[in-house]
Design a binder for this molecule. Structure first.
Ligand SMILES: Cc1cc2nc3c(=O)[nH]c(=O)nc-3n(C[C@H](O)[C@H](O)[C@H](O)COP(=O)(O)OP(=O)(O)OC[C@H]3O[C@@H](n4cnc5c(N)ncnc54)[C@H](O)[C@@H]3O)c2cc1C
Length: 332
């Protein structure tokens, strides 16, 4: 075995799993495909729902420093997991190097451990796969979270989708005089709560939106949920469609929506963070679930049942010792 616990994904969920594992004496190896941990946090200018911090970069720096202090956690940047296999007695993770930061390794290198925490988060939805949108094939619309505030100040922008980055942009720039025309499908109505009262935002619930050919200004023909036909026009257009889970291939079980709930996994596979569910995509819940996933692996290693399930009896045998009992002085 290469370590006691493999962790795939170095966002808040994976990093929380690593330090929780260490607190109960488990060695872990965290595989992150990017060139730093917590890349997503570094793009969040204002945080109002995480205790102790007010912005993403500060939290990312604190997490990075916490991992650096953790003797039992090893972080490997520039390594992407491409396949996860789960067996009765172990898991195997196939990794590939992402140049230039990744370690020198042959193609198809495999890492082995008794358990794996998978916390690979979500990736942006492909607009061409979104049923209510037309006219987007071959169009390079930028994501809203990348919008330069100076470039949209005083302008009308068409926002395709009501995902959470809209709230982040609005909160981060209360003085911005942008008019956001937001077209969204009815199933995303619950996402509009946090920006509904912002006077800069016009919400248009649509069944169908067909984007016109021009990039700036943009125009779009929509059929609203009330059946009305309207033309929306704006100086610029942005994508804000949301995201989809992106686990490595292999043993990670997904439900019909593509998400990977912890309770559906092989007993040696623990999922955490945004990958679990469309409903709980927040930093605090990601960290909590990462800690729970590591504790789940710890209890399983000692033959104690977890929500994921008991290990197969034929190989369960006496529980493998992964360190001493939890040490209350270290928070275990
Ligand atoms: C613009 C924006 C604003 C947000 N604002 C807030 C907010 O105000 N408050 C809040 O609570 N939440 C906010 N969120 C959500 C928050 O960022 C996520 O809930 C949180 O980052 C999820 O953590 P995670 O560890 O599950 O996933 P992520 O942070 O996405 O981390 C997953 C990691 O896995 C890595 N990875 C992916 N695939 C592989 C692979 N195959 N092999 C190795 N590594 C891999 C990725 O590089 C990434 O580093 C915001 C998100 C965005 C995009």
């Amino acid at each position: 075995m290469d370590t006691d616990l493999l962790i795939v994904g170095g966002g808040p969920a994976g990093c929380a799993a690593a330090v929780m594992a260490a607190s109960v004496g488990m060695r872990s190896l965290l595989i992150e495909s990017g060139d730093a941990v917590c890349g997503a946090l570094r793009r969040i200018p204002v945080l109002s729902n995480v205790l102790g911090v007010t912005n993403g970069p500060d939290l990312a720096a604190a997490i990075e420093a916490g991992l650096a202090r953790c003797d039992l956690c090893r972080v490997e940047l520039g390594s992407r997991a491409t396949l996860i296999d789960a067996f009765d007695d172990r898991v195997e993770v196939t990794v590939e190097t992402v140049a230039p930061v990744g370690p020198a390794r042959g193609r198809g290198a495999r890492l082995t451990a008794p358990f794996v925490v998978v916390a690979t988060g979500v990736g942006p939805l492909d607009p061409e796969g979104v049923g209510w949108l037309g006219g987007v094939a071959g169009r390079a619309l930028p994501p809203l979270w990348e919008a330069d505030p100076a470039a949209i100040d005083g302008r009308t922008v068409l926002v395709l989708g009501a995902d959470r980055p809209l709230g982040t942009v609005a909160r981060a720039h209360p003085g911005l005089r942008t008019r956001f025309v937001v077209a969204y499908p009815p199933e995303d109505a619950y996402k509009t709560e946090e920006i509904r009262r912002d006077s800069r935002v016009e919400l248009v619930a649509v069944r169908r939106l067909e984007l016109g050919p021009s990039s700036a200004p943009v125009s779009a023909e929509v059929r609203t949920v009330e059946g009305e036909r309207r033309v929306l026009t704006a100086g610029l257009g942005f994508l804000n469609l949301g995201s989809a889970p992106a686990p490595p291939a292999g043993a990670v079980a997904a439900d019909r929506s593509g998400y990977c709930p912890p309770a559906s996994q092989h007993p040696r596979v623990f999922t955490a963070g945004d990958l679990r569910s469309v409903r709980f995509q927040r930093i605090a819940t990601a960290m909590g679930s990462g800690g729970e996933a590591a504790l789940g692996a710890y209890y399983a290693s000692r033959g104690l049942p977890t929500e994921t399930g008991e290990l197969p009896t034929e190989t369960g045998g006496p529980p493998r010792d992964v360190g001493g009992p939890p040490d209350p002085a270290r928070g275990g």
